[in-house]
Design a protein around this ligand. Structure first.
Ligand code: BES
Ligand code: ZN
Length: 829
């Protein structure tokens, strides 16, 4: 029988000498039905004693922990019901697998090895720290005590209410939390350094290891502004008295929204103007914004069960961009959203092996697997489309009611659709359900006859096999000459009256669908693009869809390349970046083909033209996005073997060796990789020495990346093996695998290396780690469809729970690439 928790009084004492912790728990519960057996979630814990107090009587309980079911059975001699207290003494492990209560290792500035203890409980790992009802709907209050060595500081969700020294130990007690879910609880112990600030009634702190807190200034300042902005938007004050942003040296994902104690990878919180790139700065802002959105949406109002996880994550994804954009409009984050979020989502959702946003999940391993581009990115796009459909103000109005109504409670997706539907008086539920209940998204084919535009929808897939099911409710925005009209399309085939011949569908790209224009409509658009009389988003979208059609076989590579001519004078960031990315990707896909040089020349010419505009050095007052474009274009030119770029990169590297400040952080990664691309054993040594020498994780990752960019196979192999040593944190060990997969000289050796090392990798990061999925995905870049059976057989022999769906997606991508290659060979034969 599961019980209903009311309050947890928890005291933990971590022991860094043997990486264990001892703990004490008094759990107040309600027992709804008379029982003598109580079950709690628990794993990897040793129970020392357990007593149950009920009806004024105290019973000594017998306990049994089933590690497989992660369940603790508590048996008492008599049946009890109603209010009870369960008192448990137990111990556990400060593990190194980055889940539950775990340890993180780092070196201080004198090179001494140090440890800190921290927690990661989402989705279902609070049970590794204490017996509990580890489900989002089992909300309770928490009273936390942390007992530490005197030199250690302690952090939890709430503010410290007392700190007492008792001999060699210090006892830290924290205020009682509001009612909340277990996955949001936080414990941290270590020799932290703080950067603090107060705003309104809230105490803000950046928490880092010693010597690093000043790098938290950017995040701290932005955090305060964002909180005010979110408070105004939601109409609800941030509910806790304090908010910590904590940089953790070892961290499995990117960041985690623990209520009042948000944790981050160091590279996603710490900004140093001397060494950090523009990309890093942007990413810090987005992630801080994302985790702050969760403080309301997720923490204050929590999903009933994990099937609505997508709503949590997609909402935070959408809000993250919306709110950073308010402070940094010049970053053009909504444009970047199209590239990063929408393209990522569409690329996954165009696979037969994708899944609907709304899926049933039960076991913890299933929960972990749905933290993917469908939940985050497609979900984020659907919310953006919904906001566009009902208008910004109605969206917000419904959202505010929802948040008030369900504060300190749990809710389902439908509760939100109901409120937005009520506010807007529009058919929100049926519209949204057509996007979240079925897999995939539509391709809308457009054809014009006289003044009638005929629209047909079918599922867009990259692998052609059989008829596709599915009808979506699509808010279609059509730019008809100078007017934009929006119509909700609900049928497979529908006609709309239009005025002009120059029609852009999905204008503004709010809709999550692709468009295929008839030849005559496309012809009209090409001239408008050349004249730049279409908006930059529409210019971006037209070729973006055309490129997807070329990969799926709905169009040809030659027709894409021909159309790309229209972009020769393009000046918009995402448009240039996407055309460049597509050209580069065509070149990569055909690199071993006799006609490769034809594509290479087109790409080279395009890149060179852009390069002549952006140059090596930032100009005063140039657009923010130039920094991003510059490193992409120079990087691509380097890979194409452009001599001028290569020579300059080498020269700048030599200067960097003499004076590291001479090289702009935005160019560092690119320059190091070009140097490696043209380098030898000596170069390798230099880069490896630098990897060891630089201080921040961000800088280290630049060198680790460069070490994967040699042409010499022996050197690439050396990096793969290096990535398994203690010198590379386990949180980063997938990066060399992914970068080797992207290196044309590394492709052949990656699969044999992965096979040889798979068991070791799996053990190192632990079953269910998302890093395993990243490594499985990378196989799609190194295999062709003749290897499908072998790959399948390997994973059948080496089952890796939690990667099954990713494997299917990877194999599908492999088949898609091979089919594409066969088609393009025909085109060029
Ligand atoms: N809630 C997640 C963190 C998380 C992810 C916990 C997977 C457990 C399993 C957090 O809010 C998040 O989304 N983090 C992202 C960063 C983000 C801005 C995309 C991450 O870690 O990748
Ligand atoms: Zn999130």
């Amino acid at each position: 029988m599961k019980v209903i928790p009311v309050n947890y009084a928890l005291s933990f004492e971590p022991n860094f000498a043997n990486f264990t912790f001892t703990a004490n728990e008094i759990l107040d519960v309600k027992i709804p039905i008379s029982t003598s057996v109580i079950r709690l979630d628990a794993a990897e814990l040793k129970i020392k004693s357990c007593d149950v107090v009920s009806g004024g009587q105290k019973f000594r309980a017998k306990t049994k922990l089933d590690e497989k079911k992660e369940s603790l059975e508590i048996r008492i001699p008599r049946k009890v019901r109603g209010n009870a207290k369960i008192a448990i003494e137990f111990s556990g492990i400060l593990n190194d697998r980055l889940v539950g209560f775990y340890r993180s290792q780092y070196k201080d500035k004198f090179g001494n090895v140090k440890y800190l203890a921290t927690t990661q409980f989402e989705a279902a790992d609070a049970r590794r720290a204490f017996p509990c009802v580890d489900e989002p709907a089992a909300k309770a209050t928490f009273e936390i005590t942390l007992i530490t060595e005197n030199r250690h500081a302690a952090i939890s969700n709430m503010n410290l209410i007392s700190k007492k020294q008792a001999g060699s130990r210090t006892i830290h007690r924290f205020a009682k939390t509001p009612i909340m879910s277990t996955y949001l609880l936080y414990l941290g112990v270590g020799e932290f350094e703080f950067l603090t600030s107060k705003q309104g009634k809230v105490q803000y702190r950046i928490v880092t290891t010693k010597g690093n807190s000043s790098k938290g200034k950017f995040a701290l300042d932005l955090c305060k502004k964002l909180v005010t902005s979110y408070e105004n938007y939601f109409g609800i004050k941030y509910p806790l008295p304090k908010l910590d942003l904590i940089a953790v040296p070892d961290f499995a994902s990117g960041a985690m929204e623990n209520w009042g104690a948000i944790t981050f990878r160091e590279t996603i919180l710490l900004y140093d103007a001397k060494t950090s790139s523009t990309q890093t700065k942007q990413y810090i802002a987005e992630v801080v914004s994302h985790e702050l959105a969760h403080q309301w949406f997720g923490n204050l109002v929590t999903m009933e069960w994990w099937n609505d996880l997508w709503l949590n994550e997609s909402f935070a994804t959408f809000m993250a961009t919306k709110f950073v954009d308010k402070f940094y409009p010049e970053w053009k984050l909504w444009d970047q959203f199209l590239e990063d979020t929408m393209n990522t989502a569409m690329s996954l959702d165009a696979l037969h092996s994708s899944h609907p946003i709304d899926v049933k999940v039960n076991a913890p391993s299933e929960i972990r697997e749905i933290f993917d581009a469908i939940s985050y990115d497609k979900g984020g796009c659907v919310l953006r489309m919904l906001e566009g459909f009902v208008t910004e103000s109605k969206f917000r109005q419904g959202l505010r009611v929802y948040l008030k109504k369900f504060s300190y409670k749990n809710a389902k997706g439908n509760d939100l659709w109901d409120e937005i539907g009520r506010a807007s008086r529009m058919p929100v539920k049926s519209m949204v359900n057509s996007w979240i209940g079925q897999v995939g998204f539509p391709l809308v084919e457009a054809q014009k006859q006289r003044s009638s535009l005929s629209l047909t929808q079918k599922r867009f897939v990259l692998e052609q096999k059989g008829g596709q099911k599915g009808v979506w409710q699509i808010p279609v925005s059509i730019r008809d000459n100078d007017r934009t009209v929006t119509k909700l399309i609900t049928k497979k085939k529908q006609a709309i009256q239009v005025k002009s011949d120059t029609l852009v569908l999905n204008s503004g790209r709010h809709g999550f669908y692709r468009v295929k224009y008839s030849d005559d409509l496309l012809y009209e658009l090409k001239s408008l693009i050349l004249e730049k009389s279409l908006s930059h988003v529409d210019r971006w979208a037209i070729q973006n869809d055309l490129f997807a059609l070329c990969i799926s076989g709905d169009g040809t590579a030659k027709s894409y390349l021909e159309f790309a001519d229209a972009y020769e004078n393009e000046d918009d960031y995402i448009t240039i970046s996407n055309v460049a990315g597509n050209l580069y990707s065509l070149y990569q896909k055909t690199i071993n083909e006799p006609f490769s040089y034809e594509i290479k020349n087109i790409a080279h010419e395009f890149f060179k033209k852009i390069f002549l505009r952006v140059g090596w050095d930032a100009k005063k007052g140039e657009p923010h996005t130039h920094a991003l474009l510059r490193s992409q274009i120079i990087g691509s030119l380097g890979k194409l073997g452009d001599e001028e770029i290569t020579a300059e990169a080498n020269e700048r590297f030599e200067k960097y060796l003499r004076n590291p400040n001479s090289l702009n952080p935005d160019l560092q990664g690119t320059v190091f990789s070009i140097v490696a691309w043209n380098g030898n054993k000596q170069t390798y040594k230099k880069l490896l020495t630098l990897y060891r020498k630089v201080r921040t994780q961000e800088e280290k990752l630049r060198f680790l990346g460069a070490l994967c960019n040699f042409k010499d196979k022996a050197l690439i192999l050396q990096t793969l093996n290096f990535s398994q040593t203690r010198e590379v944190r386990s949180q980063n060990m997938h990066l060399p695998v992914m970068q080797t997969a992207a290196n044309q000289y590394g492709k052949k050796l990656l699969w044999p290396w992965l096979k040889k090392n798979w068991v070791r990798l799996r053990v190192k990061v632990g079953t269910g780690s998302p890093l395993l999925n990243r490594m499985v995905s990378s196989i799609s870049l190194v295999a062709d469809d003749s290897m499908e059976r072998e790959i399948r057989a390997f994973f059948r022999k080496n089952p890796t729970p939690g990667t099954e769906r990713t494997l299917e997606q990877t194999l599908e991508r492999i088949r898609i690439s091979s089919a594409f290659l066969r088609r393009i060979r025909q085109e060029y034969s």
